[in-house]
Design a protein. Structure first.
Length: 280
C-alpha cells in the first residue's frame, strides 16, 4: 500500500497523491471520533456535526493510477459508523482556485461561503456587516509543494481577513498558557500558514466578546481548520479548537472543562481521514 507520494502540477496548481482511499484508515478515524462522542458528548445538550474538506487533488486530473478519495464517500463511510451526527456538505462551491498553488491548504479569503454554509447548518448567524479588510503577508508565500515539482510554480500570496470583530477575539493557548489574537504574526515569519491560529496547536479557546450569543462550539480539526475557525468564531461566544493529533482524546476532559451544552463539529480534511493513524 505504501506507494511513494508524487507531487504533480495541474493547471499551475501543485497537488499530491497522498490521500488514496483507505477503508482501514476510515474505520480507525470513526473509532477515534466515536470514542470522543461517547466519552464527552452523549447528553442532550450537544448537537454533533461532520464536515469533510475535499483533498485538493479532487479538483485536478491526477496522474494515472491515482484516485483521490472523495469527500462525499469519505463522509458517508464515517457517518455509517457515527450515531446522531449531522453531515454538512462544504464541497459544493469549492474549486481548485480556493486552494493555494504551492500548498495543500485552502485560502482563507475564499472561505466565507464555506463558513456561511456551516453557520446555517449549525443554526448560528454570522455578522452581515463585517467591515472586513483583506490584508496580505509581505513577500511571496512558498507552500510545502514549492520546489518539489518539475514544472516551476507561480508563488502564492498569503491573504487574511481582518475586521474589528476578529481583532476583538482573544485566543487562549492551553499549551503555553498564553493569550493572543487569531493571527500569530511571529509564527508566520517561520511558516506563513501558521499565521492562522498559530499553526499546530493541541487546544485553543477563542473568546468573542462581541458575540450575540453565549453559545459554544467545539471543533475537532486539523490544519485546514486554522484558517476557517476564525470565521466561524464570529458567530459564537466561545470556540474550542482541538487537535487530537497532538492531544490524546482521553486527556481532553482533564485539560479543559467540557461545557454541558455545545455544538460539536468534526472538521477534517480527506487527507487526514485517509491517514488517520495520526489521530490519538
Amino acid at each position: 500500500e505504501d506507494t511513494q507520494t508524487e507531487v504533480y502540477v495541474y493547471r499551475g496548481y501543485a497537488a499530491a497523491t497522498d490521500a488514496p482511499w483507505s477503508e482501514k484508515s476510515l474505520d480507525f478515524a470513526a473509532k477515534r471520533l466515536g470514542h470522543l462522542l461517547e466519552t464527552y458528548f452523549t447528553g442532550e445538550g450537544y448537537r454533533r456535526y461532520l464536515a469533510v474538506v475535499p483533498d485538493k487533488a479532487q479538483f485536478t486530473v491526477p496522474p494515472e493510477g491515482y484516485t483521490p478519495a472523495s469527500a462525499q464517500e469519505t463522509a458517508d463511510t464515517l457517518l455509517a459508523q457515527l450515531d446522531f451526527v449531522q453531515y454538512v456538505d462544504i464541497a459544493p462551491g469549492l474549486t481548485l482556485e480556493d486552494y493555494y498553488r504551492t500548498d495543500p491548504h485552502w485560502r482563507q479569503e475564499t472561505l466565507l461561503p464555506v463558513a456561511q454554509r456551516l453557520a446555517e447548518a449549525l443554526d448560528v448567524t454570522l455578522p452581515e456587516d463585517r467591515e472586513e479588510t483583506l490584508c496580505a503577508l509581505a513577500g511571496e508565500f512558498h507552500g510545502s509543494y514549492w520546489g518539489k515539482t518539475a514544472e516551476t510554480l507561480t508563488a502564492d500570496v498569503l491573504s487574511y481577513i481582518t475586521s474589528p470583530l476578529l481583532d476583538g477575539c482573544t485566543v487562549y493557548d492551553y499549551e503555553t498558557d498564553s493569550t493572543g489574537g487569531v493571527y500569530d504574526f511571529a509564527a508566520a515569519q517561520t511558516a506563513p500558514y501558521d499565521l492562522f491560529l498559530g499553526g499546530s496547536k493541541s487546544l485553543l479557546r477563542i473568546e468573542n466578546p462581541a458575540a450575540e450569543n453565549e453559545r459554544t462550539l467545539i471543533v475537532f480539526r486539523d490544519s485546514f481548520g486554522s484558517s476557517l475557525i476564525p470565521l466561524l468564531a464570529e458567530g459564537y461566544g466561545t470556540v474550542y479548537a482541538v487537535d487530537i493529533r497532538y492531544l490524546a482524546s482521553d486527556l481532553l476532559g482533564r485539560v479543559m472543562d467540557i461545557p454541558v451544552e455545545a455544538d460539536v463539529l468534526f472538521l477534517y480534511s480527506a487527507t487526514v481521514l485517509h491517514n488517520s493513524v495520526t489521530l490519538k
